[in-house]
Ligand binder design. Structure first.
Ligand code: XIL
Length: 340
């Protein structure tokens, strides 16, 4: 039967996933699944500033070079995730940015990365999570870029990226824009205002990444809210990519087949809305398998359910990705296949 990429190609779209090169090299079952299902790869961590330049000028490009040669060998594309994200700036750079507010530090880093991958990485999340509307993620301090340079850092970063990678598609990538809640409705509003400001300022912005980390505890995505949001983005002449689709579970005490069905239903509902928008170019999940989900089940999750696991499933992983830990297709896989 058709792979997710073959199904996506029927409507001129792509399917991809975030991966870590060490997992791809170490696990034949993961490698086989990624090669069968994906035409696009996103480095989950290795292409973030905190991974590339842990100490000044000591660039660590090895893991990305390895993933890139794997991708090129297999005819896959790689997404450039991500140049500037306040969630992954090395400590030494944070200190320097906060004290000296020197754009040269940012420019030098972007130059090092973009010149190395010019011509091989064709699409960049230039700024990840640019809207900083006092929305603090787990107590993380606000964006060091916003503090050091003010809101114009986004336009400046896009111009730098265009100068350094003239042929690449430039994007900004954002999370928590899907739910039907006051917080996320405000975030959609601020995000659209940012996009309008960027376009008015003539910023070289080509597309928008919507992370789409769905969360069952936030309730279902509603078409009447989300479809107009997508249309407003498309109306600005921007293409859209779903960049980090996965589903944070809510009730870990349910039997696994119920949990997997809830995840599949949320995925189907979301993609039916998102893929009705022609400006959506493709879908990437944030991982292929629950084995490597970044969404750990925390102790408070366990506490909330007094650790009762009806089916003895391992409490370690959230079950929010298309394949299970044994690399078997889950209901979520079929939900994606049916929506593409
Ligand atoms: C996450 C990775 O999955 C983790 O391994 C890492 O520890 C932190 O970053 N939004 C993003 C991604 O844009 O870069 C983040 O990835 C998840 C949230």
């Amino acid at each position: 039967d058709d792979s997710l990429s073959q199904l996506a190609a029927r409507s001129g779209r792509y399917f991809g996933a975030a991966v870590r090169i060490e997992d791809i090299l170490a696990e034949a079952d993961l490698r086989g699944t990624v090669l069968r299902e994906c035409v696009s790869l996103t480095p989950e961590f290795a292409l973030k500033w905190d991974a590339v330049e842990r100490s000044p000028e000591a660039f660590r490009f090895g893991p990305i070079d390895d993933l890139l040669s794997f991708a090129v060998q297999q005819g896959l594309r790689m997404r450039g995730h991500t140049l500037l994200w306040h969630g992954s700036v090395p400590d030494w750079a944070q200190a320097q940015l906060r004290s000296q507010r020197s754009w040269t530090l940012v420019q030098r880093y972007m130059e090092a990365v973009l010149s190395r991958y010019r011509g091989t990485i064709g699409q960049w999340d230039v700024v990840n999570e640019p809207i900083e509307t006092g929305y603090r993620m787990d107590g993380l301090r606000g964006s060091v870029f916003l503090e050091a340079f003010g809101p114009d850092y986004v336009v400046r970063a896009l111009h730098e990226a265009r100068r350094l990678a003239p042929g690449a598609e430039l994007m900004i990538n954002e999370f928590a824009l899907e739910a039907d809640s006051k917080v996320e409705s405000d975030r959609r509003y601020h995000f659209l205002k940012l996009l309008e400001r960027l376009k008015r300022a003539g910023a070289p912005l080509d597309g928008v990444g919507l992370q789409a980390h769905l969360d069952l505890s936030k309730g279902p995505v509603r078409a009447v809210v989300y479809a107009p949001f997508l249309q407003d983005i498309a109306g600005l002449g921007l293409f859209i990519a779903i960049t980090e689709l996965d589903v944070k579970e809510y009730d870990y005490a349910q039997p696994v087949d119920r949990r997997d069905r809830d995840v599949a239903d949320a995925t189907a509902r979301y993609l039916d809305i998102a893929l009705a928008q022609p400006a959506v170019r493709g879908v990437s999940t944030w991982g292929m398998s629950d084995r490597h989900s970044w969404l750990r089940v925390t102790l408070e999750d366990l506490a909330r359910h007094q650790g009762s696991w009806k089916d003895g499933s391992t409490p370690g992983f959230n079950r929010g990705l298309p394949f299970n830990s044994s690399m078997r297709r889950k209901p979520m896989y079929h939900a994606i296949a049916n929506a593409l």
